[in-house]
Design a protein around this ligand. Structure first.
Ligand code: NAP
Length: 315
């Protein structure tokens, strides 16, 4: 059968790449599909300090480049294609992309999650014109400028600290008066002289004529509106919203069970309720979304995929 793979993996972040490595290494015909660049969210972060063994100058992109090389060295194929439709119920699964149609005995879904938008006026229009969701990609544009980071979780605070290496001043705007970020991360941030905090505040609007010029904030406790203008000498400033993520499960929701946040439900072996369909990484309902848990999910999914194929196709 044309284009029939043992395992098709949708998504080339750490979960998909680890699944690809284990699957190809087990001599299964393996294809990893990715709509854009490999890497998933980890390529948007510069420091990967909590992946065991990843020390010194390991960055998100460098770690991913090595994962890709390793998966390919065992024979995993990679293709760039945006998946638009999946048919998962039958024994042979069909995954349809914009460029091609792929058939597989097993599908591993590793599509991850994407940044949540603030959903305020001006945000979409000014994305790439002062509003950015990737500090690693865009920090350099804000060298010696001021930057506002929106959110109070681990991502917001870690990325804010990274931005202090470039920006003159980084102000974290959080909707409560206490950060959600882990204590170790919080402490570093409070000790960083370039960081400032605006508490109890949400973004109402981002304004600017082709470039960010004004940030409108509302104090949630007092209702007071504050307009922050770009310093005259700069003419602009940066805004980096880091307010959580949304799972990329839209294509699968009709076939597979999700939690109320839209994350796919699996058992501990990464099996969904549909035989031959597995999920791995940030797309899953789970308690810890990190590279270390993503790669573990990918490995488990691939090993279980091998067992499933043996039991289903080779008896
Ligand atoms: P998160 O933990 O969900 O935090 C999102 C933050 O954005 C929260 O502070 C939330 O406020 C705020 N927020 C949500 N919607 C908002 C809105 N519309 N307007 C303003 N603020 C809004 O997301 P995350 O920081 O991206 O982290 C995601 C996961 O990755 C977490 O499990 C985190 O621990 C993990 N992570 C770990 C590390 C690390 O270990 N080094 C690094 C990055 C991420 P509230 O606090 O009021 O809810």
């Amino acid at each position: 059968m044309e284009n029939l793979y043992d395992v098709v993996i949708i998504g080339a972040g750490p979960a998909g790449l680890a699944a690809g490595l284990y699957s190809a290494r087990a001599k299964m015909k393996t294809l990893i599909l990715e709509k854009d660049k490999a890497g998933g969210q980890i390529v948007t972060t510069n420091e990967v300090a909590n992946y065991p063994g990843s020390i010194d100058d390991a960055t998100g992109p460098s770690l991913v480049a090595r994962m890709v090389e390793q998966a390919e060295s065992f024979g995993a194929e990679r293709k760039k294609d945006e998946i638009v439709k999946v048919e998962l119920q039958d024994k042979i699964k069909v995954v349809t992309g914009e460029k091609d149609v792929y058939k597989a005995k097993v599908v591993i879904i590793a599509t991850g999650a994407s940044p949540r938008y603030l959903g305020v006026p001006g945000e979409r229009e000014l994305t790439g014109k002062g509003v950015s969701y990737c500090a690693t990609c865009d920090a350099d544009f804000f060298t010696d400028l001021e930057v506002y980071v929106i959110g109070g979780g681990d991502t917001a605070v870690e990325e804010a600290m990274y931005l202090t290496k470039f920006a003159r001043k980084v102000t974290v705007v959080h909707r409560r008066d206490e950060l959600r970020a882990a204590k170790s991360i919080r402490e570093k941030a409070f000790n960083n002289e370039k960081m400032a905090f605006i508490w109890d505040s949400v973004v109402e609007e981002i304004k600017g004529d082709g470039i960010v010029e004004k940030l409108v904030l509302k104090n949630k406790k007092t209702g007071e509106i504050t307009e922050i203008d770009a310093p005259e000498e700069d003419g602009t400033f940066g805004i980096f919203p880091f307010v959580g993520y949304i799972p990329k499960s839209e294509l699968f929701k009709d076939f597979l069970e999700t939690d109320k946040g839209g994350y796919l439900i699996t058992d501990p072996d990464m099996k969904t309720a549909v035989p031959g369909v597995f999920a791995a990484g940030d797309i899953r309902h789970k308690s810890l979304r990190q590279v270390v848990t993503a790669v573990a999910d990918g490995a488990i999914a691939a090993v279980q995929a091998e067992k499933y194929i043996e039991n289903t196709f080779e008896n």
